[in-house]
Design a binder for this molecule. Structure first.
Ligand code: FES
Ligand code: FES
Length: 155
C-alpha cells in the first residue's frame, strides 16, 4: 500500500488502490480545494501537483502514488506568503465563480517551473484547463504577472 506525502505530511494509505486521488483528498483528508468537474481527466478542475508536475487527480489512482509528493492548493503558499501565482491571481482579479480556479492556479504554478516566461502561445498550448466563466483573458494576464513576480523573487 502506498506511502506518500501530502503537503509535506506523510500518509500511509491502506484503502482501495483504485480510489482516485481526488476522492481521497476531498473525502478523507478534508482538502476541498481541488474540485470535481468531469471526473474524466478533461476539465482540469481537480489539478494538483504530483512530484512537482500538474496532475489530474480524478484519474490518478492511489496505487500509482507510492513515494509520491503531492501538493494541493492548500499547500501551495509558503506559510503566510502567497505563491506568486496566487498573488497575481488576486491582482488581476481572475476568478468569477471560482470553481475552476484552484485547478488553473496549480496548472500555472507547474508551468512556470518549466517555462519561466511563457508566451501567449505557450500559455494557450500548455493550459488546457476549462473555465465555464471564460476567464481566459485575465488568466493570461495573470500568468504574465506571476512570471514577473516569480523572477523578481528569484533575483
Ligand atoms: S474533474 Fe478531473 S479533469 Fe475534470
Ligand atoms: S471562474 Fe467559473 S468556471 Fe472558471
Amino acid at each position: 500500500m502506498p506511502k506518500l506525502t501530502i503537503n509535506g505530511q506523510t500518509v500511509d494509505y491502506s484503502g482501495d488502490p483504485g480510489m482516485p486521488l481526488l476522492w481521497y483528498l476531498r473525502d478523507e483528508q478534508g482538502l476541498k480545494g481541488a474540485k470535481f468537474g468531469c471526473g474524466a481527466g478533461l476539465c482540469g478542475a481537480c489539478t494538483v501537483h504530483v512530484n512537482g508536475e500538474a496532475r489530474r487527480s480524478c484519474v490518478t489512482p492511489m496505487a500509482a502514488l507510492e513515494g509520491a509528493s503531492v501538493t494541493t492548493i492548500e499547500g501551495l503558499s509558503d506559510g503566510e506568503t502567497l505563491h506568486p501565482v496566487q498573488e497575481a491571481w488576486l491582482a488581476e482579479d481572475v476568478a468569477q465563480c471560482g470553481y475552476c480556479q484552484t485547478g488553473q492556479i496549480m496548472a500555472v504554478a507547474a508551468l512556470l517551473e518549466t517555462n519561466a516566461n511563457p508566451s501567449d502561445g505557450d500559455i494557450d498550448e500548455s493550459l488546457t484547463n476549462i473555465c465555464r466563466c471564460g476567464t481566459y483573458y485575465r488568466l493570461r494576464k495573470a500568468v504574465h504577472r506571476a512570471a514577473e513576480l516569480k523572477s523578481g523573487r528569484a533575483s
